[in-house]
Design a protein around this ligand. Sequence first.
Ligand SMILES: [Zn+2]
Length: 279
Amino acid sequence: MKYIVILIIVLYCSVNTFAQLNPQSKQITQKFFPEIETLENTTPALQKNKGFTDYDDLMLFLNNLVEQHPENIKLNFIGKSQKGYQIPLVLLATQNTKEKIKVWMQGGLHGNEPASTEGMLYLLDKLLNDSKYTYLLDDIDLAIVPMANIDGYLKQDRYAANGLDLNRDQTKLMAPESVSLKQAFSDFNPEIGLDFHEYRPYRKDFTQLSDFGITSLFDAMFLYSGNLNVPENIRTLTDTLFVENARRILDKNELKHHDYISTGKYGGEIHFNQGSTNA
Ligand SMILES: [Zn+2]
């Protein structure tokens, strides 16, 4: 059976934004997330004192990897952003003849969620340069679009240059970036697709639930195939196989996770909404 599973993974934002914090926020972050200090500074934004990965940083980082690992990595471009930036697609594989699972990953579809792009770059470095992880490429063919919405990303803005939310444009394909992504996704024809996002730990509504302002308990939240238009067997498989495996690994590493929830206020009450149920 050929199946495609789309997972949206939402990452807690402190990883990437740590360097950007003011001293007081930095203290709070250090207190509650001391492990962030142990991140290796392997990606452009983690190497900077200020600012995020810009387009030149991104291309330099990717071209360096291609130079160091020409046998394992290929750099393609799938189209242009509305402002004319070529959108890079990184293809990773080892040269064995084993049948592999094809996995698609993308980050930066929302331009103001930089942990998603930086996470992709961190992963690329790990898969190519860290012997603890390189074996993974024996079993998967991986396609990564690290910065899907380049115009938005460069302004740290959620939307594409024409004001569209690209994460709400996957059916109508009104933005050229959406067409390029869809075409490249179909050409690659993956079994699994992952789309990385980022959320703020601080949410106004949550402050009423505890004494402390930083709110979200979770290191990762999953938003996956909840819409009833998705065939039930795919929804079940996603939950019981792919997400379950990810949950288990997060548990093992003492990281907290949950299905994606957001809050809204209705008649003075806070309601928790489960994500991924609309079309
Ligand atoms: Zn997002």
